[in-house]
Design a protein. Sequence first.
Length: 732
Amino acid sequence: MIAKVIVDISASDVDRVFDYRAIDGVECGSRVFVPFGRQNIEGYVIALSDTTDVPQEKLKDITSVLDDRPIVSKEFLQLCDFMTERFHLRKIDVFRLFLPSKMRGGRIKSLEKIFVYLNPDYAEVDPALFIKKSATAQHEVFEYMLDAGAVEQSFLNANFSAAAVRNLVSRGIFLTRLENVLRTPYKNIVQKDDRVVLNPEQVAAVDTILSSDKPTLLFGVTGSGKTEVYLNCIENTLRAGKTAIMLVPEISLTPQVMRIFRSRFGDDVALLHSGLSDGERFDEWRRLLTCDARVAVGARSAIFAPLDNVGLIVIDEEHDTSYISESNPRYITREVAFFRAKYNGAKVVMGSATPLAESFYAAEKGEYTLARLISRANKREMPKIDIVNMCNEVTYGNSGMFSAPLVEALDKCLSAGNQAILFLNRRGYSSYVMCKKCGYVAKCDDCDVSLVYHKDENLLKCHYCGKRYSMLDLCPNCKSPHIKQGFMGTERIVEQVKEMFPSARIVRMDNDTTRSKDAHLKLLGEFASGNADILVGTQMVAKGHDFANVTLVGIIDADMSLHFSDFRAVERTFQLITQVAGRAGREQKPGTVILQTYTPGHYVYKYASAYDYEGFYRKEINLLQTTSFPPFTDIFRVLVSCEDEGAALDATKLATDRIREVAAKYPNAFVYLNAMRSPKKRIQTKHRMQVLMRIQPHRDDIRAEIYAAADEVSRTFPQVTCFTEINPNDLS
Ligand code: ADP
Ligand code: ZN
Ligand code: ZN
């Protein structure tokens, strides 16, 4: 029997199938060791066959089979084909998504521990008959073991004499056995019945989701109780004997959320998120593989949960950018979900208070079923959003980042003993260093992006390559000493708040303060427990946390994401405002939102402050249509990067020529086609160029030809990196 094997090396020249002679125990989907060159490496058996083109004398045997069962199911073999084709990926890069990273290369295994227990033959016998009177340590541990059951050996060694334990084991008075121990996170949360009675809207939503043969878009305002709807659908699915996957943005996987799932589903749920140790992650994954857990909850990669018979896939906060993987392997989670749903006959529900315009559009066209939750489950009012015109503040002589109304509201909030959240769009996005006299902006030598000032170290840093520069005293261009540290990172906000409210306790949450594992959970915990009065943070404070005491949300510079070079910039701004606003007044106390902007007339603020998603959607979708952006086109970008500028130029030229040939074949399909330098011209000394296209949507035929053109570029210019993105979040 011949095994067709994909080897675990990510390189284009080995991205094909290799033939080996199968040995006993090899099945389709087995993980195996195979001889490759002079070494043994891991691989995956994707098929078994009777025939091979490899001559018998050259054919090698598989070295060994790893694992006690095949770990890649038939479904995942097909999913791999789908993903390689759809997203232009190497097979091995897709396989690597299918299992916990540390499992590859044998770096992690099941955790086995030695357990010691009393040999029953000795249980009823007087120990004086077989333990010398002087051996008090042996008597002590024997005494303990009489009614202790099986105890971990390490525990005995730590609490009793290890020599005594060894002696009793060696004489067969104690017996030992190896046991698999599961490293289960949040294990000690007890199952409790905290079910609420669904309101009629929620009941209708559950019915719609479970009866629709199309994916359902669950459009429900913040606080409308979408989580209860998901939980209910999952329960129904389990009752029908099927399994379920629930995806949430990584940042929303708070202990709060995980507790909800553990308390509702107990050991039936496996949690997959980045805060787990490698051992925990492996064990949770393994419980899904062995059907010991039937519900997988996790971030994007949980879509690859090794579950059979999937009956439901939930994508919560479906508009979240984290569902698009933007580094290799690039993929769109929703499309993987649709594949798995189709394969398994599963239901899909995508929920949001601010769906992507393209999702709402798909619902309007009937590609998705629409379910709505119009009212808040807890009957609370939405907080009032006050728009503050910052230009007026400047006119009145206030050029700081806090408007008078925001300071006043903060004062009121703090003196009432309540909590506030101050939200800044993006870490350091605008904290560039600028000469006020000539307009010079400090940029990274290698990357051509603005440097960011880090006050705590008095340094300038490039956020793309990490290169550090000393702070400027004089402008290198005009020698003026009037250097403005642009405005603002979260640090600057904290500093100013401290000046105004010296006794306020402040927690800062951004990429800098949350780098270590679990840091963001700790910071949130600190705030939630009332140990801080003000939470200052970026995007990550916007996600679904519930803080009962928050009565004020300040949006420092709402415009920032508006000027981002992205066709979804306005949409993202709307989503962010709605989301952060949802943080205020979740419980008994009413909330206020103060939104500071230099462009108060922008339509996004009118709709956001009225909580009018649909009004905003209409305006936005019309704009997207007239300007031919997704969903009315697909944006393709073939990105070329190389240290050698000449090679990058030549490669881009080849790509452009080939794509122009494709465009000539499909005269009406291309709305836009042009080659140029990328907005970020260089990253880490690599020059970046791109061919940018907008094409009629859903053109699989054209997509295949563009992938082929990119492949030709890679083959012709091996020193060049060339890849294709479709509708990426970030076009910089
Ligand atoms: P969303 O995810 O839509 O923003 P949540 O699921 O977080 O909303 O629900 C908001 C609050 O309403 C939660 O505290 C939840 O426990 C509560 N809730 C949800 N459904 C009901 C219900 N049927 N009756 C009472 N309270 C509910
Ligand atoms: Zn200058
Ligand atoms: Zn740089």
